[in-house]
Structure formats: C-alpha cells, structure tokens
Design a binder for this molecule. Structure first.
Ligand SMILES: [Zn+2]
Length: 403
C-alpha cells in the first residue's frame, strides 16, 4: 500500500492449500498445492499483509465455492446494510449502486428492493450464473478500469460503489481505487466493509487469515492511502459480522464532512498499540498456544474413542484445520449447507463434506464449530443434536466445550 520494505513477519501459519479449493473425489490423487501463509506488518504505514500472494486466477476462477447468502444472520446483515446506507447518504430513487465482488447478489437485491438501480461485478462464472438467475445484472469479470468504463457507458455513474469482503482480497489497491473513482459521481461514495484487524488481534481470530485475504485493514494505513488518491474517509462504523468488521465511507476530498468516529477510531488504534511489535508478537504466541490446546483436546477425545465431526466448512475453517494439522484421522466428516461444497473433500486434510442432515443421522459425540462467528445461530439450529447428548467445541479464541 505504501511500497515500504520495512516488513516485520509476526505470524507464520505454515504452508497451506488455498482455503476454497475443495476437491472432487477424482482429484484426491492429485497433489494439493501448498503456499506459504505468513503475515507481515508494514512498520511504516501499519498495513498488515500476507508475505506471499497467490494469483487471483488460481483463487477465484475455478468454480469458486463461496455463496454469501447461506445464513440468516448474513441475510439480515445485508438488508440492514442497504437500508442504513440509503438513509445515511440520502440517496435518490434510481441512483445506481455497483457492488464489486457481488457474489450471488444478496446485497444488491436489498438495494434493488429499496428502489435503486444495481449492477454487480464478479469474476466467478458459476456464481455469476446464480446472481443472474436471481435477476441481478452482473458483469462476469475482475473489477478494473475497463469494467468501470463499460458500466459508465451502459448505466452512467454510480452514487454508491460497495466492496464488502473484497478490498482485502485485492493486490493492487491503487488501481482498484482509481477505477472506483472513474465510476463514481462527484458526490458519490465508496463503501468498504472488511474484517477489522484490531479485532483479529484482540480476539485471537487467526483462522480469518487465508490466501484470499491479502491485507488486514485498520484505519491508520487507510487514511493516507485514500488521501493519495484525492479521497477522504469521512465516516466509519463497526459491525459484528465475520468476527468484527468495520465499514468505511470514502468520498472525494472536501465533498463530505468528516465525522468524529474517524478520529476516534484512529485514536483507539494508537492507544491499543495495535501495530507494534510487542502486541503482534504476543498475539502470535497466543495463536500457538490456542493451536496446542485444540490439538491436545481433539487428540485426547479421539483416544477416549469419541467421534468428532466439523460443522460447516467456511474458508476460515480450512485455515484452522490445516494449521492445526486436523485431518480425516481426527474428524470423521464435516457438514455444510452449500451445495457447492457437499460431496467434495476439504483442501489439504481431505475430510469428506456431507449435508447438514448427516449430523443427526450419525450423531457424533462432539461437533467442532468451524463457523464460530455464527456459533449461537448454529447451536440453536442443532438443538436436537444437543438433546441427544451431542456436545460442541468452539475453537476460537481458545478451544472450549459447550454442552
Ligand atoms: Zn506500508
């Protein structure tokens, strides 16, 4: 982001395959390709970032299995997002909203329902087909200068451009912001929602680190970054989704009044020393002991003859399994709602992915919750499993058993 080479490597999660590369049965005899998963802190600007960038063609083109709408909490989040943004920015009917990395179009469907024109952009062909089937006009491509120009030609400039859980996935953020600017109306607003790095540190959410997440964002590096592009972050808010995210609002400099929240969040990062070596090294130590506790717990249960399954197979779960060396010897299977993953095998550990219903049919003694950020919703849905004596293991921040 600032091109500095003063990088401090504070966490090494070893070599892992990309988190979304679920294997078909016929692929199990081919090798999984492993890439380094290490996180560095830029000691000049404060951006945390991966040390190794895997090509986006590898990560996103091959039938990408992430659908954004699979939980109730997720859907509620997106409709709340659309209505709060429309109100806060005093949007006019028929304003154009463009979502970068629009996935199956859940956020845009909410904006369309509120009376706005919408346009999606997403590079994964299988996902774009689902979006179009939902009636969301979606350009199947990576978002860049050409994509922005094509949208302006066809639909005009946008009042709002959103990038939710996308910004941290992009390697060349300078090019991204330049393209966004060419797409925005003069008073247009760019909204970025991403996991908030200080929460990752404070809550030990090491599994949210994977190859798609190239950078780990906080306010400190973003303010000068947008300034370089003649833009200004004028507002920010925090939300609970994905283990603690933040949503920043940026516009051309001088177009909007800068809120107090921007200064407050910057000040809180400084007060917590979130970018310092001491904080980061202590975090890394916490990650290693959390891993040891989880490995010890699962292996002891196996020794006692207990059967353990994983519940849901999000990308972050794959970091957890691969970093902790949890494979088919430890977990009998993993259950999942998404049709795009069922019938496949987890990357690295090759644990079979079965439909959610198998948890009750097979009734393992313990269910490891890989989507711990939706733990309450998931445990609520699995009341029957619990009534029959099933117990849960929540792995983050420290492994604990819930019965
Ligand atoms: Zn930097």
């Amino acid at each position: 982001m600032c091109a500095s080479t003063r990088l401090h490597r504070f966490l090494d999660l070893g070599f892992t395959p990309p988190s979304d590369q679920f294997r078909r049965k016929d692929q199990l005899r081919e090798p999984d390709v492993h890439y380094p998963l290490q996180v560095m802190m830029c000691e000049d600007c404060g951006l945390a970032q991966l040390g190794h960038v895997v090509s986006p063609e590898i990560l996103y083109r091959n039938d990408y299995p992430y659908e954004s709408s699979t939980t109730q909490a997720g859907r509620t989040h997106w409709s709340g997002f659309a209505s709060s943004v429309a109100e806060r920015l005093k949007m006019a009917p028929n304003d154009l909203v463009v979502d970068i990395g629009s996935n199956v179009g859940v956020l845009l469907a909410a904006f369309r329902g509120a009376g706005f024109r919408v346009q999606g952009v997403d590079p994964a062909a299988n996902i774009v087909m689902l979006a179009r089937a939902n009636g969301i006009d979606t350009l199947c491509d990576f978002f860049n200068e050409d994509a922005a120009a094509a949208i302006v030609r066809e639909k005009g400039r946008a009042a709002v451009v959103t990038a939710t859980n996308v910004f941290a996935h992009v390697d060349d953020l300078h090019a991204l912001v330049a393209s966004v600017q060419s797409l925005l109306l003069d008073r247009g607003v760019f909204i970025v929602e991403a996991p908030y790095f200080p929460n990752l540190i404070r809550r030990n959410e090491y599994d949210t680190i994977y190859h798609e997440h190239l950078s780990y964002l906080s306010m400190r590096p973003l303010v000068p970054f947008f300034a370089q592009h003649g833009m200004e972050i004028f507002d920010v808010e925090e939300s609970d989704i994905h283990g603690g995210s933040f949503r920043i609002f940026a516009a051309r400099a001088g177009q909007r009044e800068v809120s107090r929240q921007v200064h407050d969040l910057l000040a809180s990062e400084a007060r917590l020393h979130i970018h310092s070596r001491e904080t980061l090294d202590a975090f890394a130590q916490g990650v290693r002991s959390s891993k040891q506790e989880l490995v010890w717990l699962l292996h002891s249960l196996r020794h006692e003859g207990k059967r353990i399954a994983g519940v849901s197979a999000p990308a972050k779960g794959m970091t957890l399994l691969n970093y902790c060396g949890i494979d088919g010897d430890v977990l009998d299977f993993v259950t999942e709602k998404s049709q795009l993953k069922i019938g496949r095998y987890t990357p690295g550990g090759h644990i079979p992915v079965l439909p959610d219903s198998e948890l009750l049919l097979r009734q393992p003694d313990f269910a490891l919750l890989l989507a711990w950020n939706f733990a309450d919703e998931i445990m609520g849905n699995l009341d029957e499993y619990r009534k029959r004596g099933g117990k849960f293991i929540v792995p983050i921040p420290r492994p604990r058993i819930v019965d």
